[in-house]
Design a protein around this ligand. Structure first.
Ligand SMILES: Nc1ncnc2c1ncn2[C@@H]1O[C@H](COP(=O)(O)OP(=O)(O)OP(=O)(O)O)[C@@H](O)[C@H]1O
Ligand SMILES: [Mg+2]
Length: 247
């Protein structure tokens, strides 16, 4: 069941870089456990919109509200947005290939015993819990570099990292763009899994079939404006293609 009270509300945000208006007006709402897909042509402004939500860019105007807190522009940065419960999983850059899965999961949060020794047991235990929660089966030992796992498993661990620390909103920017069909299936399964546990997901994808498999709602960005919004059940692929090209 979707919670009616939005966990995130984005109202009329914009962003210019010099003379280029990357985003003219972006607005949308997101509820707990809801997956919203953001679609649009190349250069439409999708990444700019989610980078504002992630705190990478400060908006030139507009407001963002997370769980009833209006974000003060003074605090609008990545660290603060993470603290507010937002995590981003990028298409690449999401993991460090030569490190193990536990080290990847604890990136930037390595626990120490007596303030000195890395608490590997704790890291391993937590990693096993997260993998079990997401039902990710790995044949490789957790002491091997993560690069020895499949791309789908690696990306699943990157998503696991977001939920392991209680993040309530996960942004996925083209999460399967670099993956084959089986790996894509595995990541899509994990997206369903985190949705079921109440995490809200913002998914940027150019793959409209994937959008239909994962999203509850679909937001179209056209020439820097969030021009249309559809319930997945009320729209066809043809109508989406039309909205992407014509706004
Ligand atoms: N940091 C920046 N400096 C200057 N221009 C930028 C910057 N970021 C984005 N733009 C411009 O703003 C517009 C929107 O870019 P954005 O990356 O948001 O599009 P997108 O919808 O994510 O596209 P794609 O599907 O190709 O990833 C583009 O014209 C882009 O060139
Ligand atoms: Mg983009």
């Amino acid at each position: 069941m979707l919670d009616q009270q939005p966990i995130l509300e984005v109202e009329d945000v914009s962003k210019s870089f010099g003379g280029v208006q990357a985003l003219k007006s972006g607005s949308f709402k997101l509820s707990r456990g809801e997956v919203i897909a953001i679609i649009g042509a190349n250069g439409a402004g999708k990444s700019s919109l989610i980078k504002i939500v992630a705190g990478v860019y400060k908006p030139d105007k507009g407001h963002i509200t997370i769980k009833d807190t209006v974000i003060d522009p003074m605090h609008h940065n990545v660290g603060y947005m993470r603290q507010m419960g937002i995590e981003v999983v990028y298409q690449d850059l999401a993991i460090v290939p030569n490190m193990t899965a536990p080290y990847n999961l604890f990136l930037g949060r390595i626990p120490r015993k007596f303030g000195i020794f890395v608490d590997e047991r704790k890291m391993r235990k937590k990693t096993e819990e997260v993998l079990a929660e997401l039902k990710v089966k790995t044949v490789q030992s957790l002491s091997r570099p993560i690069s020895e796992m499949s791309g789908g498993q690696q990306q699943s661990i990157a998503i696991g990292r977001a939920i392991a620390w209680g993040k309530e909103i996960v942004i996925l920017d083209e999460p399967t763009a670099a993956l084959g069909p089986n790996e894509t299936k595995e990541v899509e399964r994990v997206v369903h899994e985190i949705k079921d546990r109440g995490t809200a997901v913002i998914l940027i994808s150019h793959n409209l079939e994937q959008v239909f498999r994962l999203a509850d709602r679909i937001l179209v960005v056209h020439h820097g404006i969030t021009s249309k919004e559809f319930q997945k059940t009320e729209v066809t692929i043809d109508e989406l293609v039309k909205a992407i090209t014509l706004g």
